[in-house]
Each structure stands twice: as structure tokens, then as C-alpha cells.
Ligand binder design. Structure first.
Ligand SMILES: [Zn+2]
Ligand SMILES: [Zn+2]
Length: 265
């Protein structure tokens, strides 16, 4: 099994980091600068990566999250930059039609941006798109469903999972809090964490709450659970926004370039 990091975009969070993470302190800032300089902007702000992950094995090609999307997408407008996922997939030798499964960790604008084409068709024409039922219940028929999932459902390509469980040679973990139906993907190589943590300092301080977490207390519990799993299994935690993968204990010496070991393209 191979996991390839597809970095759809890099952008500075539009709000100050202490607004996004209300418990933010000088200690967090210093730790991040020392250990994850790739997540610190030139002005000291929060530099985010927007990672999708390509998982290939003999069972096929799985894409975890679809990034911020093309110029003009909601996330591209919010961040002031456009995604580049199709180019990265092509460089990895994978066409959109080769993707068998798209797993959405959750349905936020920066994780579902390339779900559909400009003409509103599923971009990954042969893929089953997998989301948690709890996420669908939360979205209802609101604007995020309308934009990112309705064309997928209309094409018969949407599959709802109910809780944690196996999916081929992968394992889905229901990790609510960030959103009600947030899920992580456990592979043989890494835990693909979506937004179970958004800032790398949350691997060191799981109790550090992100202001846009739907249920902060539940999010902290999910974060602790996934970090404990990473520590117990020795699998790196590759979330969507940290520059690099993290370890369960987030110790400095363990953060040595796991990003490249996972094979960044
Ligand atoms: Zn999110
Ligand atoms: Zn996100």
C-alpha cells in the first residue's frame, strides 16, 4: 500500500491564529516555530496546507478528500488561491476516472472542492463517494449538500457509512466533534486524520480548541483518541492542514520529515 500526499494548496489562514485557536499562547507559538516551521507564515500567522491523500494498493485507488477546488470555488475565494489537485493526480500517473473510491473525512468547503466538474457532474466518474450518515444528517438539504453532494447522489455514486468499520483494506473511524460525521481513515502506512486536528500544536495540546469546531468537547475527545491510536500503532497521523505528519506524542525528534517519507508530490 502506498500513500501519496497531494498538496492542493498552501495559504495563510484569513484570521489571526489566536482568533482561530482561542487558547493560543506564546508557548504554542514557540513550539510551532521550533517544530513545525512549515505551518508558520512570514508574519507569524498560521500557514495551512490543504492535503488530499491518494491511497493505492492492489485493491485500487482511493482519494481521501478533494481539497479546495478550482479558481472560483468557495474555498479558493476564501483563501485567495486555487487548488491544483488534477495536476498532482496526473503527475502521480492517476486519471480522475482511475479513482475507485473518494472518502470525504467531512463535508467542508476545503475538503470537497474538487467533488464535481465545472458542469456539475461527479469529477471522479467511476468512484463511490463515501461519507458518514451522521454528516449527511447534519447537512440535511442545505447549501453544502446542494453544492458538494447532490450531484454525486443524483449520479448514484454516494454511499453513507454508519459509524466506524472496514472499507476494503482501509478502516474508517468515526471521529465527531469538528463536524458531527467527521471520520478518519486508517491505512497500513498512516492515519489520515482530516480535521481531527487542524493546527499541529493540537497534537501536543489536544485540548487546544479550534473556534469552528462544531462540538469542542467531543472534538477534544476524538483528538485524544486518534493521537492515542497513533502512539499505540506507531502510525504517523497525517491530517489535512499540518505541513507534515505528526506522531502520537508529537515529540520534536519524531517529526523529522515524515511528510517526504510519505511521498509528497
Ligand atoms: Zn473542516
Ligand atoms: Zn479543513
Amino acid at each position: 500500500m502506498d500513500v501519496t500526499v497531494l498538496c492542493d494548496a498552501v495559504a495563510v489562514f484569513p484570521e489571526p491564529v489566536e482568533t482561530a485557536l482561542p487558547g493560543w499562547s506564546a508557548e504554542h507559538q514557540e513550539w510551532t516555530a521550533a517544530n513545525l516551521p512549515g505551518n508558520v507564515a512570514a508574519d507569524g500567522g498560521w500557514l495551512l496546507h490543504f492535503h488530499c491523500y491518494l491511497v493505492t494498493s492492489e485493491r485500487g485507488a482511493v482519494l481521501v478528500d478533494t481539497g479546495i477546488g478550482p479558481a472560483g470555488s468557495d474555498a479558493a475565494q476564501w483563501l485567495g488561491t486555487a487548488g491544483r489537485l488534477p495536476t498532482l493526480l496526473a503527475a502521480a500517473g492517476v486519471g480522475a476516472d482511475d479513482i475507485d473510491t473518494v472518502i470525504l473525512t467531512h463535508v467542508h468547503l476545503d475538503h470537497a472542492g474538487w467533488n464535481t466538474t465545472e458542469s456539475g457532474r461527479p469529477r471522479f466518474a467511476n468512484a463511490t463517494y463515501v461519507v458518514q450518515q451522521a454528516e449527511l444528517d447534519h447537512l440535511g438539504d442545505g447549501p453544502a449538500y446542494e453544492r458538494y453532494l447532490k450531484p454525486i447522489a443524483a449520479a448514484g455514486q454516494l454511499r453513507a457509512m454508519r459509524g466506524s468499520g472496514a472499507l476494503g483494506d482501509l478502516r474508517l473511524l468515526l471521529t465527531p466533534g469538528h463536524t458531527p460525521g467527521h471520520q478518519c481513515v486508517v491505512t497500513a502506512v498512516a492515519i489520515l486524520g482530516g480535521d481531527v486536528l487542524v493546527h499541529p500544536a493540537q497534537a501536543r495540546w489536544p485540548e487546544l480548541v479550534y473556534v469552528y469546531e462544531r462540538d469542542p468537547a467531543v472534538a477534544v475527545t476524538s483528538r485524544r483518541d486518534v493521537l492515542a491510536l497513533a502512539a499505540a500503532t506507531g502510525l504517523p497521523l497525517a491530517a489535512a492542514h499540518p505541513h507534515t505528519a505528526l506522531t502520537g506524542t508529537a515529540s520534536a525528534q519524531d517529526l523529522s520529515n515524515l511528510h517526504c517519507r510519505l511521498g509528497q508530490r
